[in-house]
Design a binder for this molecule. Structure first.
Ligand code: GLY
Length: 379
């Protein structure tokens, strides 16, 4: 299928969803076995993806309906920031890079630039100087989570680097860089696989142990975590210029690709037994595709692996465009990508639509169609 056709079909679904959800202030999150998005009242980590989908859709089409919906989503997230509502976690980048920062990027809307800067300050409150990390979950001093990082956080760091570029205040980027270094050292294993999470002693900063939250077991490789690493380290290279991050992204990408099944769409965990009925995570493949497309932008044409990586990104996108995965404008389905999984082990939406899968799928298509890279950095 042509990339352009796929974007148009995807936007048919997004437009229908704008109409479906217009009467509520809800944000699509995941489906629960019924092909319909469960809406949140902006209390989760995922609301930015709906905003980001709308901004991408508007950038492609210039459609006033998508623009109005994108502004509304950004305004609802601004209200949440002002109300300090449900922001006691590190996923502030996912929420505000794709809403306020996106609105600044697309519309040069000064008030949204200020919102994104306030969001960066909110994330800075989770900085813990002793382990030199951003604490993922829970309040400061939390006995279980006080010294815990998760690999997903690499995607929250770009908001901080953007804030440095906007304000000249280096502290945002310095903390982000230290966190990325800790992530590289402790989350990426010697064979280029990854831990989902790592625990440090919050008082001494000592490294304690790797583990998982959504993966198959502590030492397994949760595929979405690996994909967050591919994309997150590519962005870390963009922001910090340290070639170790570029190499981490590259090595993690090759590892990801080597462990894909025949149809090219990742199972939910590379170490889960692969048998009939094992859940996929199409969202991991969509994130992977975007991460590799970002990685490639940093490789010279003479790089001996560049062509291979380009092929991997194209294969990932084309695997997702297959009838089994892409809903292609289907009238009754609310998501773009079937067979995502939120938390298979936790029994939560193991074979469903994930709003972040939809966002990264469209981002990958937009990168390929017109070089639009989403909203993770100033263009
Ligand atoms: N960041 C949470 C997840 O990927 O499920």
């Amino acid at each position: 299928m042509e990339i352009n056709t796929a974007i148009q079909q995807a936007l048919e679904t997004v437009r229908k969803n704008v109409e479906r959800y217009a009467a509520s202030e809800g944000f699509p999150h995941v489906s629960k076995g019924d092909g319909k998005y469960h809406l949140t009242e902006s209390t989760d980590w995922t609301e930015g993806f709906w905003a980001g989908l709308l901004w991408l859709g508007y950038e492609y089409s210039g459609d006033a309906q998508l623009h109005a919906a994108a502004i509304r989503a950004a305004e609802l997230l601004e209200r949440r920031l002002d109300a300090h509502q449900a922001l006691d976690h590190h996923d502030i980048g996912f929420l505000y890079s794709l809403s306020a920062q996106a609105r600044w990027t697309v519309d040069q809307h000064e008030a949204s630039r200020q919102v994104a800067l306030r969001a960066a300050d909110t994330l800075m409150r989770r900085w813990r100087p002793e382990p030199a990390i951003f604490q993922a979950w829970g309040p400061e001093g939390d006995p279980e989570n006080g010294g815990r990082i998760i690999i997903d956080c690499l995607m929250n760091l770009p908001l901080l680097c953007w804030a440095t570029r906007q304000t000249g205040d280096e502290r945002y980027t310095e903390c982000a860089r230290l966190h990325a270094e800790k992530s590289l050292r402790f989350l990426v294993r010697g064979d280029d696989s990854s831990y989902h999470t790592f625990y440090f002693d919050p008082h001494t900063g000592d490294a304690l142990r790797g583990g998982t939250h959504q993966g198959y077991r502590d030492g397994s490789t949760w595929t979405r975590g690996q994909a967050w690493g591919v994309y997150g380290f590519a962005l870390a290279y963009r922001n910090f210029g340290d070639p170790r991050f570029l190499e981490a992204s590259r090595r993690m990408a090759i590892h990801f690709a080597q462990r894909l099944p025949e149809d090219g769409v990742a199972y939910w965990d590379f170490d889960a037994p692969q048998q009939p009925g094992t859940a996929r995570d199409s969202s991991a493949s969509a994130i992977f595709a975007c991460g590799v497309l970002e990685l490639i932008t940093h490789l010279p044409h003479s790089d001996p692996q560049r062509e291979e990586l380009e092929q991997l990104a194209m294969q990932a996108v084309h695997a997702l465009l297959a009838d089994e995965y892409f809903t292609a404008g289907s009238a009754h389905e609310e998501g773009l990508l079937r067979h995502g999984s939120y938390s298979v082990r936790g029994g939560s939406s193991p074979d469903d639509f994930m709003i972040w899968g939809d966002y990264f799928f469209l981002e990958a298509l937009m990168r390929l169609h017109q070089g639009t890279p989403g909203y993770w950095y100033e263009r």
